[in-house]
Write a protein that binds this ligand. Structure first.
Ligand code: NAD
Length: 491
């Protein structure tokens, strides 16, 4: 099996509109890198408003026939998509690793999570049902049906190229909507392959369209009068921008933003069984997860053991090309992002945090041009320091010791982001107190990455989420449908 799934010669990507691959109407491109090797593997067109118009037109034309096809027929397309994804599971995972850098095991996990969304969406014949009641007055009945909205769009971040788009795509189309997707310009290959698999699954042309690009495409999606709903996942400033701009244009919007996740360790934690999941929380996917631990908050006597164990396991990680056996942490996404993470490490030192493990020293001899930064541990970090406050989105753990659980909760609550948080303890009382008062809406108890499965709602609170209906689960059926009430009397 080849190491590199995407050809190493530079591929110029196209848009997928109306069931065909078409050239973007632009002369500007973004260079896509294999982050482990540092080489350009593709060029993403920075499409224009005209490209978005073409995609929305195709989706608008496809809508009447698609919404008229029975829900079970729409679900059949998703069953076939699932079969395609299973058949090409390893290929998809290798594409993810090649364009993103995460290890092949992490990539497999993310593709699996994407497939689970397809599986849950297949339940539409049950989950899309409305309700009804006869004789609300004499001889008068009332019933509620859920109807699709029309053309819906989603805008994705770089960190889960195959999974995040699947939080939206299967739910949007199974409910009868048509769809426009904008993947991250940094990782366009996974969704390119997904479009081919959708075609293989027999999806009619125009039901799903893909427009590659960056800011101009995002703004065109927010403004386009033909788009009824927008889903966004990315950093907080852009999430806020998309939420404000698209709601201003009258659309239904869910916008998931950035994170600063607090992992609290109580003195009564089971360290032997917890340390591997804590390590995975901070360093899995090189810290480029919206659910990644960022601040480790040991309470009282937990400080020394938590620090020593984390340092030991951080040093034990094998950094390298995620396609290679034995590698447990890959590179970060780009040279620019590496500089950003390295900048945070320098700032942590300057602001007085104690640097215990310095990821800037990490070298990967057989991949000298990869965008590597090793696991990093700081101790004695305070919430006022830059590294204690800003989202780093890299493999940097900041230990912020506190005296009591109340102090730990107060520290977490003081942060404007509230995506995920975890507590490690053997006390039910402490866990209950923590879960009750956590501002984050995804809470782990002795779980390092509190990622809800596809049949539960996913999304944070405060500056980590703008909107009301969350991602996947039943919320997806709410988000992608409107409820129509018919009150009838027959003479
Ligand atoms: P990003 O905000 O830079 O980009 C996200 C999307 O917005 C991309 O498609 C990009 O092309 C577009 N974009 C970027 N800048 C823009 C601008 N100025 N105007 C309009 N569009 C713009 O995010 P990213 O770096 O791709 O992803 C990492 C971020 O995503 C982190 O902050 C992470 O926490 C967050 N994230 C959150 C969740 C969640 O569930 N809350 C999940 C995954 C990632």
């Amino acid at each position: 099996m080849a190491d590199v799934a995407v050809p190493t010669n530079t591929t110029i990507l196209d848009n997928f509109i109306g069931g065909r691959w078409v050239k973007a109407q632009t002369t500007e491109f973004f260079d896509v890198h294999n982050p482990a090797i540092g080489e350009v593997i593709g060029r993403t067109p920075l499409s224009t408003t005209a490209d978005v118009d073409a995609a929305v037109l195709a989706a608008t034309h496809a809508f009447p026939a698609w919404r008229d096809s029975p829900v079970n027929a729409r679900a059949q397309v998703l069953y076939r998509l699932k079969a395609q994804l299973e058949q090409h599971f390893d290929e998809m995972a290798r594409i993810v690793t090649t364009e993103h850098g995460k290890t092949i095991d992490e990539a497999r996990g993310s593709v699996r999570r994407g497939i689970e969304c397809v599986e849950v969406a297949c339940g539409a014949p049950s989950l899309m049902q409305g309700s009804g009641l006869e004789d609300i007055a004499q001889g008068i009945d009332c019933h509620v049906v859920r109807q699709p909205l029309g053309v819906c769009a989603a805008i994705a971040p770089f960190n889960f190229p195959a999974m995040v788009p699947m939080w939206f795509l299967p739910f949007a189309i199974v409910t009868g909507n048509t769809f426009v997707l904008k993947p991250s310009e940094q990782v366009p290959f996974s969704m390119r392959r997904a479009m081919e698999l959708l075609q293989e699954a027999g999806l009619p042309p125009g039901v799903v369209n893909l427009v590659n690009g960056g800011r101009e495409v995002v703004d065109a999606i927010c403004d386009h009068p033909g788009i009824r709903a927008v889903s966004f996942v990315g950093s907080t400033p852009v999430a806020r921008h998309v939420y404000q701009r698209a709601t201003h244009a009258g659309k239904r919007v869910q916008a998931l933003g950035g994170a600063k996740n607090f992992v609290v360790v109580m003195p009564d934690a089971d360290f032997d069984r917890s340390i591997s999941v804590i390590t995975e929380s901070f360093y899995g996917c090189a810290g480029e997860r919206c659910l990644a631990g960022s601040m480790l908050v040991p309470v009282g006597a937990a400080h020394r053991e938590a620090r020593e164990r984390l340092v030991e396991s951080a040093r034990g990680l094998k950094v390298g090309d995620g396609t290679q056996p034995g590698v447990t942490m890959g590179p970060v996404i780009s040279a620019r992002h590496r500089e950003r993470v390295v900048g945070y490490i320098a700032k942590g030192e300057t602001e007085g945090a104690k640097l215990l493990v310095d990821g800037r020293q990490t070298r990967v001899p057989d991949r000298p041009n990869g965008f590597f930064v090793g696991p990093t541990v700081f101790d004695d970090v305070s919430g006022r320091m830059t590294i204690g406050h800003e989202e780093i989105f890299g493999p940097v753990a900041s230990i912020a010791p506190v005296k009591t659980l109340d102090e730990a909760i107060a520290l977490m609550r003081s942060h404007p982001n509230a995506n995920a948080t975890s507590i490690f303890t053997s006390s039910g009382k402490a866990a209950r107190e923590f879960a009750k008062h956590a501002t984050a809406s995804m809470v782990g108890v002795n779980i390092g990455v509190a990622a809800p499965m596809a049949y539960f709602p996913f999304g944070g609170a405060k500056d980590s989420f703008f909107g009301d209906l969350k991602v996947h689960g039943r919320d997806a059926f709410e988000f992608y449908t409107d409820k129509k009430v018919t009150i009838s009397r027959w003479f």
